[in-house]
Design a protein around this ligand. Sequence first.
Ligand SMILES: Nc1ncnc2c1ncn2[C@@H]1O[C@H](COP(=O)(O)OP(=O)(O)O)[C@@H](O)[C@H]1O
Ligand SMILES: [Mg+2]
Length: 428
Amino acid sequence: MRFTEKQTYAWKHILTNPHKQKILFDGGARSGKTVVLIEYIFARAFQFPGAKQLIARKFRSSAENSVWNETIRDYAARCPASGTLFHLVDSKLKILFENGSEIIVTGLDDKERVEKVRGTQYITIYLNEATELSYQTMLDVSSRLSQKVVDSFGRMAVPKMLIDCNPRGPRHWLYSVGVLHVNPETGEPLPDAGIWARLHWSAYDNRENLSPEYLAILENYPEVMKQRMLWGKWIASEGQVYSEFQTDVHVLKPFHIPDEWTKLRSIDFGFTNPFVCLWGALDHDGNLYIYRELYQRGILTGDHAKNIRRLSGPERILMTVADHDAEERAELNANGIPTDPAEKQVLLGIQEVQKRLKEKKLFFFSSLKHTLSEMDSYTWLPPSEERNAKEEPRKMDDHAMDALRYMVMACRNGFEKSIKNLFRKCLR
Ligand SMILES: Nc1ncnc2c1ncn2[C@@H]1O[C@H](COP(=O)(O)OP(=O)(O)O)[C@@H](O)[C@H]1O
Ligand SMILES: [Mg+2]
C-alpha cells in the first residue's frame, strides 16, 4: 500500500516524532486516519518486543465492526508476516506477535472491560472515534500509558496516546482538549499542551482511494453534515434551537457575582435522566447570568437538596422554580428548598430565551459544561406531516435546556408575581 501525501506527513512529522505523545487526528469520514494509525501500531509492535497496545472505542461491537473487521483484517491480508510473525485471535479481538507483543481491541462500554484496561500498562492507547467517550474516560485510560519496553537498540518506547474522530460541535470536550489544548472544565491551558499534536483531515486528503460517487454523496449532504464529514470542521448542529447563541458573545469567564444582584434557581427533575439545577443572577440592567449548574444522574432528590444548599452557600436566593412533580417538590421543600412551579410552555419559553440571546441579555459562565454542550445539541425535530418546522424540539439532551426555560420565564413574569407574594407575606 502506498500512503497518501497526508498519511506520509502524519507518519513523518507527528506519529514518529518523540516529542508528540498525545495526538488527535480529527476530520472527515474516510479520510485515511485509521489506516495510518493501525500501520503505526503494528510497526511499534514489531519494534518493541513485549509491547502492549490498546485500541478502544466506546462500544466493543463497533470496534469489532469497524477497526477490527475493516482496517486490521485488511492490514493482515496484505502483510506477508501475517500467520508467522503475528496472528489474529478473532474471538478475543487480540493480535499476538511472535516477539511477545500484543494489540488488544476493546470497548469501554462495560465495567469489567474497563477494569481490565485499568489493570494493564501500555505503550500505546488508541481511542477510536473518541467523541463518543467522556473526558473522564480519556483521563482514566491515559493514566495507563506506563509500560516500559525497549527495542533492539535499547531505546525506550515513548508512550503514545492516539485519538481519532469526526468533528462535532465546537463545545465538545475533545475540541477543547485536542484542538485548543485547554482543560474543558476550567479553560486553562493543559499542563502537557507541549506534547499534544493535532492534524486535521478532509475526505479529499484520501481522494485517490475513494470513489467519485462516495465523494459526491458527501458533497450533497446538508450543509452542517457536509462541513463535518467532508471538510472535517467542528461546527454546531443543524436545526439548532438557539442558533443566536455565540460563544464569543454569550459565554463569559466566571467572575464574582455581586451580593446585591438578584439570584434565582431553576430545577428540572430527573433520576435516570440528569437532575439539573441552574443558578442565575440578574444585574441592575436586567441581564441574566447563568453562573452555576448541578447536573447529575442517579441521586435521590433529598441528596440533591443538600448539594444545592451547599453550593448556594450564603447566597440569598429570591426564588427557585421547578418542574411540577408534587412529590419531588415536597421532598425539596422538606430539605430546605421551597420551590414555585415553573412556567412550562415550551415554545413560549424558547422564544423568551431566543429573545434574550438576540438582545445580548443572557450570558453563561464558561464553567457550565453540560448547559453549554446542550445549547449546541438542542435541535428542532424535522418537519413532518403532522408537524411544521421549528415547532417541537428533540427530546434529547434537553435537561439543562428545560431548566433554562424555567429560569428565563421566572425572570419574565413569575418574578413580579413572586415579589408581590413576598410583599403579601410580609404584610400578613
Ligand atoms: N494509503 C491507502 N491506500 C489504499 N487505501 C487506503 C489508504 N488509506 C486509506 N485507504 C482506504 O480508504 C478508506 C478510508 O480510510 P480510513 O483510514 O478508514 O478513514 P477514516 O479513519 O479517516 O475514516 C478505507 O477503505 C481504507 O482502506
Ligand atoms: Mg476511522
